[in-house]
Design a protein around this ligand. Structure first.
Ligand code: B12
Ligand code: SF4
Length: 469
């Protein structure tokens, strides 16, 4: 007899990232659904280059009860287009959006995309199970915490869902549902490393940087998995897929010192031959900790250095100093760990002079990798509340303004500075040029990590835009 259980298809909309990243949110949801006995399929439209019509074909053939899309703000227009196509082809399927964009703007998402039956706000693992139960009994989403839904012409917003207290209770991501070999490692890993896996050992960050949207999904509460549970996941990935490289994508992996030491000690005790990278914050590390991290396989640490101007750091409520940033970089290099530094141009308080301070800092630090962005008021951030919440008719497709790898992005999306667009463009390109020109090692690293003809083309176009406008 055919199963009467509801089935789900979860999808990432096609986009244009240089290197697609495993859709961790969907993989967690999928493993949760499977554990509860539901059949589930994950479609990564980005890694498999699937347009909405292709994904809609898959959904039409599967005829699932539930179709869920994940999306950041930069992907929202594509996510809406995908929802419309699926709804048009398979009207009986319940169509939902989750992820940072829906969590930041639930009502607006339902208003802007008529094909969405509901959106999920925040942590999704328990919410999706409850939605599936409701769909199974044909009931509405009335009272389902962490959702907003359409009830006739009305949009109903339910109360938020309580966070999962013990992260160890969440099953490991369902990696077997995606083509793991297609996710290619970047300069965040040693040359020659082809594959890697994302891993989250904690959720949330207590700090209050005004440009950050992490609080939308996780609140400011920090929750962590036990070191044993983290190591068990690493061992499983290594055993099942032969992948010994991990990108610890936690908002702030190094927040709890003892926990980091415990994880490193376990890696060493188990003699796991792994390489890993992580995201950190300059006031949460010290020499002893870095030395152990290095011994346990840490290859690179990414710091949000943000600006060379203390005034700008303070305006962004970064809560760290330029000097702490310099010391953290030096300490990390001294431990033999590579450093990725992220900077932003066009923040509140930025003037041509403060941007020059940022450029001077980038030149001085001679980082192994530099990430540069134009400060953008993304939904879910304090900056959005200050600069963007009243803006009407925003084109989410432009939310990656000035990202040099994004084709034809030349206007600033929701800027938060007095600098005009032309000044931002000029200073941004100058910072890009100088971060490379004064640091030839960085150029060599980037060239040696070019992964495909598509990637080569994107990189060449980006370089042309930076060097010749
Ligand atoms: C890894 C990462 C990336 C990767 C991959 C992005 C991707 N699309 O997966 C890379 C490096 C490419 C990247 C790039 C960018 N990123 Co990014 N990134 C992250 C990071 C650190 C982790 C994402 C993740 O995997 N989280 C873990 C999983 C478990 O969480 P999740 O995806 O949110 O899923 C949970 C819930 O949201 C929900 N859920 C999610 N989807 C769905 C779907 C359904 C149907 C349901 C029911 C539930 C549900 O359930 C899941 C489990 O609880 C987050 C920070 C963060 N705190 O999440 C930033 C973050 C998502 N990125 C952000 C930004 C701004 C960007 C960029 C625009 C930066 C830039 N200027 O270039 C680009 C845009 C890229 C894009 N494709 O849109 C912002 C998003 C803000 C916003 N409103 O969009 C975040 C929140 C960072 C921040 N702290 O502000 N990013
Ligand atoms: S930018 Fe980093 S340190 Fe600041 S709030 Fe976000 S995750 Fe925390």
């Amino acid at each position: 007899m055919a199963s009467l259980r509801p089935r789900a298809v979860l999808a990432v909309p096609r986009w244009f990232t240089q290197r697609p990243i495993q859709p961790m949110g969907l993989l967690y949801l999928a493993s949760m659904l499977r554990n509860a006995g539901h059949e589930v399929r994950v479609v990564d439209g980005e890694v498999d280059a699937l347009d909405p019509s292709h994904v809609a074909d898959i959904v039409a053939s599967e005829r699932p009860e539930f179709f869920g899309i994940t999306s950041t703000t930069a992907q929202a227009t594509r996510a809406f287009a995908l929802a419309e196509e699926v709804k048009r082809r398979t009207p009986g399927t319940f169509v939902t959006l989750g992820g940072p964009h829906a969590s930041s703007l639930p009502e607006r998402s339902l208003e802007e995309c008529g094909a969405l039956d509901a959106v999920v706000v925040g942590e999704g693992e328990r919410t999706i199970l409850e939605i599936m139960e409701r769909l199974g009994s044909c009931a509405s989403l009335e009272g389902v915490a962490g959702t907003a839904y359409r009830d006739g012409e009305e949009i109903v917003v339910n109360p938020p869902r309580a966070l999962i207290e013990d992260l160890d209770t969440i099953p490991f991501p369902a990696w077997d549902l995606i083509p793991m070999h297609k996710y290619v490692a970047s300069t965040w890993f040693p040359n020659g490393v082809k594959q890697y896996t994302n891993i989250f050992t904690s959720r949330g960050c207590p700090y209050g940087c005004t440009f950050c949207g992490a609080k939308t999904t996780w609140t400011r509460k920090f929750r962590a998995r036990s070191p044993e549970n983290v190591i068990a996941e690493m061992e499983e990935v290594y055993r099942r897929f032969g992948i010994p490289n991990f990108f610890i994508s936690d908002d702030l992996f190094t927040l709890k010192r003892q926990r980091v030491l415990d994880i490193c000690t376990l890696i060493l005790e188990k003699r796991l031959p792994i390489t890993w990278t992580c995201l950190s914050r300059v006031n949460t590390i010290d020499a002893e900790m870095l030395a152990l991290m290095k011994r346990a396989g840490c290859y690179l640490i990414s710091y949000g250095l943000v600006s060379g101007s203390q005034t700008v750091l303070d305006k962004l409520k970064k809560g760290t100093t330029v000097e702490q940033g310099i010391q953290a970089v030096e300490m990390t290099k001294a431990a033999g760990i590579k450093v990725f530094g992220s900077f932003m141009i066009g923040s509140p308080g930025d003037t041509p002079e403060t941007v020059e301070e940022t450029i001077a800092l980038i030149r001085r630090l001679k980082l192994d990798e530099v990430g540069l962005g134009v400060t953008t008021a993304y939904p879910g951030t304090d900056l959005f509340d200050a600069f963007g919440s009243d803006a009407k008719g925003l084109d989410w497709d432009k939310a990656l303004a000035f990202n040099p790898s994004a084709a034809d992005r030349s206007d600033v999306f929701l800027k938060c500075t007095d600098l005009d667009d032309e000044q931002i463009r000029r200073l941004f390109h100058k910072a890009m040029r100088q971060s490379v020109l004064y640091n030839p090692r960085l150029l060599v690293r980037r060239l040696s990590h070019i992964a495909s003809v598509r990637h080569l083309g994107q990189s060449a176009r980006a370089a042309a835009r930076i060097f010749w406008g």
